[in-house]
Design a protein around this ligand. Structure first.
Ligand code: GAF
Length: 386
């Protein structure tokens, strides 16, 4: 992310005056997929790719936004009941409305922003955008009174209320709370978390981007969440003496007990979630013991579950996972919501070059395009740059 790039466009597209610059990152997730909205654990970290925005109050009730990357300009009133139509501007509009609910007296402003989180790669460019504007509005109009957690929730509510994605809290959490060199284990039910320094000697984390983007990813994501809620409803009906809030509250025996009361599809989804809950905890133990072989094995198990039970993979991602196995990569799996995007790979240093070359060559031979390669650099969360 380049300050001069953003500043020069801000000056050019508005009145020549400068504002404040804020930055928020995208994220990776080592393990714990589709567990956040099930009250489980996740293991994300912020990355060195994100969104940078220059923002300056303009003394009116109009928000003037310029997307540098899309070369698109959108204006709307702060209090417009419907908000803009452009999907990228809806994130900004949504954050404004959610920050207002938290008592921030948002007024009109000018903004230009740019990002280097690859779109559709599963690295959460949308959470980066939400966190960036939550930070900016808190600083410019809210005396920084809104807590980091409330900004996380404002970003999540933006997705729910203005963008139609019923996401959990992992992405916004990672974007706000990230720290350089550290992953975070978050309990999405209690919201307690701890930082895990992550510097596996002799290994690299690398993302391979299939460059597949699923058109209906949001509705398919919402359906997965609905399946989990259907199973929770069946559990509550079967065990009225126990209150199940999410699948986090269920054990394997209880899940088996409702097998005939839910659809086969919903059962498979819940089966994955319970397994993933166990895998995150196993990975924490393995990391504490420096046992990267077990970490990697759990990543492969997650991929298998995401592909066969949660059914959020695609042919291209399964192929990238096969290529990782063929190359002796320690661990590999789909990262993020799925339906396209990246695999995350834990690779021994000495295998790295051969793996990347082999994956590029074979993937290109099969799909006529190379996967993009992103080395993971675990970085700081949202901040005011200047
Ligand atoms: C997306 C969502 F936004 C997250 O909340 C999470 O559910 C993830 O998919 C899957 O783990 O990134």
């Amino acid at each position: 992310m380049d300050i001069e790039h953003v500043r020069s466009r801000f000056i050019k597209h508005f009145d020549g005056k400068t504002g404040n610059i804020y930055a928020s990152p995208g994220r990776i997730n080592l393990i714990g997929e589709h567990t956040d909205y099930n009250g489980g654990f996740v293991f994300p970290g912020a990355v060195d790719k994100g969104i940078m925005a220059e923002v300056r109050p303009n003394g009116t009730d109009t928000v003037m936004c310029y997307s540098i990357d899309l070369k698109d300009r959108v204006e709307f009133k702060v209090d417009d009941p419907n908000g803009p139509r452009a999907s990228w501007a809806r994130y900004i509009y949504g954050v404004i409305q959610e920050m207002k609910k938290l008592g921030v007296d948002v007024k009109g402003f000018n903004t230009a922003f740019s990002g280097d989180v690859p779109l559709g790669a599963g690295m959460s460019s949308s959470a980066a955008l939400e966190s960036c504007f939550a930070f900016a509005l808190n600083d410019l109009f809210g005396d920084n009174k809104v807590s980091k957690w409330d900004m996380v929730l404002a970003g999540q509510a933006t997705e729910h209320n203005y963008c139609g994605v019923m996401c959990g809290i992992m992405d916004q959490f990672a974007s706000v709370f990230g720290q350089e060199g550290k992953l975070m284990r978050l309990d999405c039910r209690s919201r307690e978390f701890e930082y895990f320094p992550f510097n596996p000697q002799g290994y690299k984390l690398v993302l391979l981007d299939s460059k597949v983007k699923h058109e209906l990813a949001s509705s398919a994501y919402n359906q997965r969440r609905q399946s989990c809620e259907n199973v929770v409803a069946a559990l509550n009906a079967k065990f009225p003496e126990k209150k199940f809030e999410t699948l986090r509250d269920a054990d394997w025996k209880e899940l088996d007990a409702v097998k005939d009361e839910v659809s086969e599809e919903d059962f498979k989804r819940a089966h994955f979630v319970l397994g993933e809950k166990d895998r995150v905890l196993a990975v924490c133990d393995a990391l504490n013991a420096g046992d990267y072989e077990t970490v990697g094995q759990k990543m492969y198990e997650t991929h298998h579950g995401l592909s066969k039970e949660y059914e959020v993979s695609c042919e291209e991602l399964d192929y990238l996972n096969d290529l990782a196995k063929e190359n002796g990569v320690t661990g590999s799996r789909i990262m993020g919501g799925g339906f396209g995007g990246c695999t995350i790979n834990l690779v021994k240093d000495e295998l790295y070059d051969k793996f990347i070359a082999d994956a590029k060559q074979k993937y290109a031979a099969k799909y006529n395009r190379e996967p993009a390669v992103y080395d993971v650099v675990i970085s700081d969360g949202s901040r005011k740059v200047c």
